[in-house]
Ligand binder design. Structure first.
Ligand code: UT7
Length: 398
């Protein structure tokens, strides 16, 4: 971490890398119609979703987050050992602790980074972005990886057709880097209204442990995700416009200066309603929920990554990201796009080498810990043996 410096110049938090990952298995609306009473027509018309990706047992939240983070480091051309902080926004962490971010930190070989998870449901990525940016601006750190990663399929009630049709699994990540040139994250609005906490909730613990009847939510009689879709729909429609406007005001730009808005990918109808409320053309909004469904905290970084890959943003463009969901919590940020990073300093091979050594180091550490545990277990016995021998020697002397 960089040392605090009272006389340092302004530092700006630039987005310099982006990446995403989805599981192998693609599930169509027809696949879902084979499980619950629904249809491809209904899902397309009411949500805009055509397919989503569903994780297998090996594809955990950390693994998806890791793949997205590696891709983001590749674009940024930054080495894992240069990263100061990893934040993983997720509602489906593998455990309460260790954090999913710590697991990713280890697998990346980001040996100088701090790591923690952030819980703000579907707004988590926006919250995490602002948290990391603020640490960069303060001079406390220089480089952060901000991840949104979810395995929503593990916490869904697959008998509830009003929710299981909506969600998908995946991860997206960005690399934030502190530089003196102006740009990057310009403003942020983070808000919460906890009086709506019962509208969207999940009483379970880790995503690896979601089948515990003792965790049943008494009010809603479920231990999986519960949502009052209609209420959340109205809330989403209202706060997208409101918070994007506020973030633009703070950044000192007009809403029409925005080249692109990347909203949480919950429902196409919500996004179209927000576009009408803001009097903007629908194509100002990045939409890719047709392919991935609602991936909660991962939806914004996945959509941002695809927007960058499709070159929908040029250096200097203003863009906004806006999230909303469980909490109720919502938030928006305005970013001046920093463009594609400078020519490569490090080769892909150097990063691959660090990933390999990270995997090796983890195995060696586990092995050494086991040896040390075994040694500690036999040490008292060795002490007893030595005492016994001393007593025998004493008897011999006498
Ligand atoms: O990421 C967090 C943020 N989440 C969101 O923003 C989600 C917001 N909510 C939504 O996207 C929508 O409310 C839903 C897609 C969940 C539901 O759409 P809706 O237009 O609000 O439908 P509805 O709940 O008002 O239900 C209309 C009808 C009902 O039937 P009746 O009572 O009119 O006979 C439902 O039972 O549609 C029925 N229905 C379905 N029919 C076929 C509900 N789900 C389904 C389904 N297939 N999957």
């Amino acid at each position: 971490m960089a040392a605090p410096n009272a006389t340092r110049p302004n530092i700006y938090a630039h987005i310099v890398g982006w990446g995403m990952a989805v599981p192998e298995r693609c599930m169509t609306n027809d696949d879902i119609a084979a499980i619950v009473e629904t249809s491809d027509e209904w899902i397309r018309a009411r949500t805009g979703i055509h397919t989503r990706y569903i994780a297998n047992e090996r594809e955990t939240t950390a693994l998806l987050g890791l793949r997205a983070a590696r891709e983001a480091l590749e674009v940024a051309d930054i080495l894992p050992i240069e990263v100061d902080l990893i934040i993983c926004a997720t509602s489906t962490p593998e455990h309460i602790f260790p954090s999913t971010a710590s697991i990713i930190q280890d697998m990346l070989g980001a040996s100088k980074a701090g790591a923690f998870d952030l819980s703000a449901a579907c707004s988590g990525f926006v919250y995490a972005l602002q948290t990391a940016a603020q640490m960069i601006r303060s001079g406390a750190i220089q480089t952060a990886i901000v991840i949104g990663a979810e395995t929503m399929s593990r916490i869904l009630d697959w008998q509830d057709r009003s929710t299981c049709i909506l969600f998908g699994d995946g991860a997206g990540a960005v690399v934030l880097h502190g530089r003196a040139d102006a740009g990057g994250l310009m403003s942020a609005v983070l808000r919460s209204d906890g009086s709506g906490r019962d509208l969207l909730d999940l009483p379970s613990v880790g995503s690896l442990d979601v089948n515990r009847p003792d965790l049943i939510n008494r009010e809603h009689q479920t231990y999986k995700l519960y949502m009052e879709g209609g209420e959340v729909f109205k809330f989403g429609t209202r706060v997208i416009g409101e918070s994007v406007r506020q973030a633009c005001d703070i950044a000192g730009i007009s809403i029409t200066d925005l080249k692109l808005i990347v909203p949480h990918q919950a429902n196409e109808r919500i996004i179209h309603a927000a576009a009408r409320a803001l009097k903007l053309e629908p194509d100002v909004f990045m939409l890719n929920l047709d392919k991935y469904g609602n991936t909660s905290a991962a939806s914004i970084p996945i959509a941002l990554c695809e927007a960058a890959q499709q070159e929908r943003l040029q250096q200097g463009d203003y863009m906004a990201m806006v999230g909303f969901g469980g909490g109720l919590a919502w938030g928006a940020v305005v970013v001046q796009w920093s463009g594609v990073p400078e020519p490569k300093r490090f080769g892909t091979q150097r990063r691959q080498f660090i990933y390999l050594t990270a995997a090796g180091r983890q195995r060696i550490r586990t092995f050494l810990r086991r040896i040390s545990e075994t040694f500690n277990r036999i040490r008292p016995q060795r002490g007893r043996l030595q005492r016994l021998r001393r007593n025998i020697d004493k008897i011999d002397d006498e």
